[in-house]
Design a protein around this ligand. Structure first.
Ligand SMILES: Nc1ncnc2c1ncn2[C@@H]1O[C@H](COP(=O)(O)OP(=O)(O)OP(=O)(O)O)[C@@H](O)[C@H]1O
Length: 289
């Protein structure tokens, strides 16, 4: 089989190179022909993948996190090619949603070599496709703050940004269009889930299925800051969906508007609202356990 290996050397704790080298050796040993893409950013990676897909590669193996897959989605969505994932990122929410082993590159490569495919939907916007969650509100304000900080690095930066945002955050006035029905609502955040989780296992859209032809629009209505801090851990279990402040709408298309709020998709900055998100059914063929 003709395999394209695309690697983000800076994903996670810079483990991409090591995982990619081991994968290339095993794939070659199993008789596959492996072409490695060398890129220094996501846009270059996307262009190179698009070239390989046009030239007939059969499998695009993505070694990185949600961000790298997000970057190459336009080159593989709705194309006659299969995508394999070797999770090497920080969050790896796509891999989690697909039930792939996270933190065990050998086991992830076993999945690739066994080759069971699943066809999943994508969330489509005019700023690219998203495979997991489009999020806007409290979380995107935290992201904006963290991205503007030079210090400290890693998780500590996010923790500081959360504390700073908690001090000033006020519920936001969203206007949503849900398959043609308008909803004006105050919210802490609005997340549009194709998959269930973002941010490394925060199951904000618990119950979202990646192949149901629908997007789960999840609204967290205003809660006090003390309650927000108290219920936050429930996001890791997905049990927040039973709270009275949680509201869900399953739709094919949603338009989100809210002044001074940006949206993130797959953890990458999509830009300021307004934004329309539409389900793109059966758009990605991916290897799963
Ligand atoms: N070849 C590359 N060189 C440098 N940066 C890249 C490359 N490919 C992608 N990137 C960028 O690196 C950033 C992080 O990518 P990635 O998602 O792979 O890792 P992560 O952030 O550690 O994981 P996750 O998104 O799962 O938390 C993304 O913004 C992506 O655009």
């Amino acid at each position: 089989m003709l395999v394209t290996l695309v690697v983000n050397p800076v994903s996670g704790r810079r483990q991409g190179e090591r995982i990619a080298a081991a994968a290339a050796a095993r794939l070659t040993g199993a008789g596959h022909q492996v072409a490695r893409i060398h890129s220094s950013d996501g846009a270059q990676a996307r262009e190179a993948v698009a070239r390989d897909v046009a030239a007939g590669t059969e499998l695009v193996l993505v070694v990185g996190g949600d961000g790298l897959l997000h970057d190459v989605l336009p080159a593989v969505a709705e194309r006659d090619v299969t995508v394999g994932l070797l999770p090497a990122g920080t969050g790896n929410d796509t891999a989690r949603a697909l039930g792939l082993p996270v933190g065990d590159p050998d086991a992830a490569l076993d999945v690739v070599l066994r080759g069971r495919t699943r066809v999943v939907d994508l969330a489509s916007t005019d700023r690219g496709h998203v495979v997991t969650v489009v999020a806007s509100g409290f979380d995107s304000k935290v992201n904006e703050r963290a991205n503007a900080m030079r210090w400290p690095r890693g998780n500590q930066r996010y923790n500081l940004a959360i504390l700073a945002e908690l001090r000033t955050f006020q519920p936001l006035a969203f206007t949503l269009d849900l398959d043609g029905t308008r909803l004006d609502t105050e919210a802490m955040l609005v997340a549009v889930g194709n998959g269930p989780s973002f941010g490394g296992g925060l199951r904000i859209a618990e119950g979202a299925l990646m192949d149901d032809g629908l997007l789960d629009v999840c609204v967290i209505r205003p809660v006090s800051k003390a309650r927000l801090v108290r219920v936050f851990p429930q996001l890791y279990r997905g049990t927040h969906v039973d709270l009275p402040e949680f509201e869900r709408h399953r739709v094919r298309r949603v338009h989100l508007a809210c002044p001074d709020v940006v949206a993130y998709g797959d953890g990458e900055r999509l830009g300021p609202l307004p934004l329309t998100v539409t389900v793109l059914e059966r758009a990605l063929r991916v290897l799963v356990p």
